[in-house]
Design a protein around this ligand. Structure first.
Ligand code: ME8
Length: 648
């Protein structure tokens, strides 16, 4: 069991939590859960950064005392995380007394080492960044981050001899390629270190700011907010004596976005060197979420509230989307269109359908119990091979914070299992009563589904547990062996009872009401809002009830779909309408629906229509649909119902 410690930045309490904070913290939660699955001793830390000018100004603007204000905003963060299924081990606040004591301990150690000196300094100070800027760093005389003119401040302060440690730091980064990743940020820091970064001002006179931690060696000064904040990573572990520090610090990883690369890649390791504390293992840096190509900001009114998205589209979908959509290290643009598109394609179509049709086949063919797996043929062995690669890649990429690649690999297995179902046609095996072969095919599918569900636990914990429960498996982290999952395919016990149906990811329609971000163009998977219906015919022909009652309308699940070999407009559907055999329906919907988006969907079938041949293929009924200018909508039940249910 190796130790793994993961931290998020401690967030400023000058604003409510938004999507950016949500993303970093969900990533930290997922990676921590992944290490827990691997059996590592894992510790996950997050918290709030509560000192400094910025906070005092925000409290004043809110008509509150700093203490009252920080308590309220910090509580918003603390209350949000469990609602996003974030399971942090500790929530640290820089106003905690234990944190203040630790900051003073480290300051004293650095001071005793002779690495802190007193000096007068005049410079351009940005209150937004809470730091001095050199002339060279300003852009048109303004802070490049805040686009505001800095204030010239001349005062006496304490300085940390950071310059003394810059060369050892450079050597450490050169010798340890994994210290800062992805590579582009490692290179950025190496080029930063080519400049003369000088020393770091680490105090603020109390005449100007009192909301901070007092310097242990001069009571007229408080600690610079960054020197204070970075120490949270060890104060939380009860440095220097704490058992948690001794247990977890050796596996320390910090997760940040690129905005705070320099404090984490330069200030913090040089502080650690001076204080004689071992350096952290790894810094992992991600890019920004943007909305319509701009960084989120309160003033632009484009801030996305994480909980709104989770409520609207489901927490699992939201967490999955964040991890799958952002290529770790690069910027990514957030839009609800993209979220809905990915939801419908990956979760509703690929994963949801795999679950719903496999469980319903297990019920139909084996009374709902996992069948025995007999000898495998080459088609089955191909599934196992694709599965092994998918899981091995998933694990390797996840370990290296490449979440989008990891999920893409896992979806190779999801998609291949859907293909394997079509290829093996269990309905035909059943019709021919080849039950041993049918059992093997279903076993291979169900076991693949179990593996997929298990690997998704770090990303969508409760849904993963629900998927496992549908397969009759109770999630128990103590018994998970991820390495063994790659090499063996026989985890499911034949005879286990599985759920009758699964409706984990019902398709979503885009709903842009109450959304901050303006809509962009619609995606293929997000149908446009319907155009108003044409006025009804003024004099519809009336029929007797008895005539209507002649219609036998049934709900059925599309188990397979393919293009008609000889007609572009036709699709050939195989629909489970609860009868011993699947119904073949030839439908003129190919213009509007692709075969793979239909599989797993419940539709309404006219079941007592006289069979007729359409371009050479027999069609046993029709599916009901509404045709509009915007496309063709298929009719179906609003929630899953047993196949064969009569529409009345
Ligand atoms: O910097 N995209 O706090 P902070 C992605 N208190 N991530 C984003 C984001 C976006 N658009 N916006 C914010 C501070 N984040 C200091 C940290 S640590 C010792 C002190 C996330 O509230 C991302 O993790 O400004 C970023 O690094 C962090 O919020 C900044 O949070």
């Amino acid at each position: 069991m190796s130790p793994f410690f993961i931290s998020t930045p401690i967030y400023y309490v000058n604003a409510r939590p938004h999507l950016g904070h949500g993303y970093t913290t969900i990533v930290a939660d997922s990676i921590s859960r992944f290490h827990r699955l691997q059996g590592d001793a894992t510790y996950f830390l997050t918290g709030t950064d509560e000192h400094g000018d910025k906070i005092v100004q925000a409290a004043e603007a809110n008509g509150q005392q700093p203490r009252e204000y920080v308590d309220a905003i910090s509580a918003l963060f603390q209350e949000l995380w469990p609602r996003l299924e974030i399971a942090n081990d500790q929530f640290i606040r820089t106003t905690d007394p234990k944190h203040a004591a630790c900051v003073q301990h480290v300051l004293q150690a650095v001071y005793d080492k002779g690495d802190i000196y007193f000096d007068e300094y005049g410079g351009h100070y940005c209150f937004g960044c809470e730091r001095f800027y050199t002339d060279k760093e300003l852009v048109d005389g303004k802070c490049p981050d805040h686009q505001t003119a800095p204030t010239f401040i001349k005062e006496k302060n304490y300085f940390f001899r950071m310059s003394k440690y810059l060369e050892p730091l450079r050597q450490h980064i050169e010798a340890n390629p994994d210290f800062i990743q992805p590579e582009r940020y490692r290179n950025e820091v190496l080029s930063m270190l080519k400049e003369d970064l000088g020393d770091l001002c680490i105090s603020r006179p109390k005449t100007r700011l009192t909301w901070g931690i007092e310097l242990p060696f001069d009571r007229d000064f408080v600690t610079y907010v960054w020197f204070d904040a970075l120490i949270n990573y060890i104060s939380a572990l009860d440095y220097p004596q704490g058992a948690a520090y001794r247990k977890y610090w050796a596996g320390a990883h910090h997760l940040v976005a690129k905005d705070i690369l320099k404090p984490h890649a330069v200030f913090w390791p040089t502080m650690l060197m001076s204080a004689g504390i071992p350096l952290y293992q790894g810094l992992r840096v991600h890019g920004y979420w943007t909305v319509n190509e701009t960084k989120m900001s309160k003033s632009l009114g484009n801030v996305i509230a994480p909980l709104d998205m989770a409520h609207k589209y489901g927490l699992s979908a939201f967490r999955y989307f964040l991890l799958a959509e952002m290529s770790f290290g690069q910027d990514s643009s957030f839009s609800e269109e993209a979220l809905v598109g990915r939801f419908n394609a990956d979760l509703a179509n690929d994963l949801g359908n795999l679950f719903s049709r496999s469980l319903s086949m297990t019920h139909k063919y084996f009374g709902g119990t996992v069948p025995e797996c007999a000898d495998l043929n080459s088609v089955d062995r191909e599934v196992l091979e694709i599965g092994q690669n998918a899981m091995a890649n998933f694990q390797a990429q996840f370990e290296h914070f490449q979440f989008s690649r990891a999920l893409k690999s896992l979806w190779d297995l999801v998609r291949h299992l859907n293909k394997y179902i079509d290829l093996s046609a269990p309905w035909t095996l059943y019709k021919n009563q080849e039950l041993t072969r049918l059992g093997t095919v279903l076993y291979v599918i169900l076991e693949g589904m179990r593996k997929i569900a298990l690997h998704l636990w770090p990303v969508m914990p409760s849904t993963s547990e629900a998927m496992l429960a549908q397969l009759g498996v109770r999630f128990d982290i103590q018994t998970v062996d991820l390495a063994a999952e790659v090499s063996s395919w026989y985890g499911l016990v034949p005879g286990t009872v599985v759920a009758e149906r699964s409706n984990l990811f019902p398709r979503q329609d885009l709903d842009l009401q109450d959304t901050a971000a303006p809509a962009a163009k619609k995606t293929k998977d997000a149908p446009a809002k319907p155009a108003p219906a044409k006025p009804a015919d003024a004099s519809p022909q009336l029929i007797e009830f008895e005539d209507f009652a002649k219609l036998d309308l049934r709900v059925g699940t599309v188990m397979a779909a393919e293009k008609h070999p000889e007609a572009d407009r036709l699709l050939v559907l195989r629909i489970d309408t609860g009868e011993p055999e699947l119904r073949q329906v030839v439908a003129g919907i190919a213009e509007f629906w692709s075969a793979d988006t239909l599989v797993g969907r419940q539709v309404v079938v006219v079941a007592n229509l006289k069979p007729r041949k359409l371009r050479g293929l027999m069609s046993q009924g029709m599916v009901l649909a509404v045709k509009q200018d915007a496309g063709l909508a298929l009719l179906g039940p609003s929630a899953a119902v047993p196949d064969g249910s009569k529409v009345s």
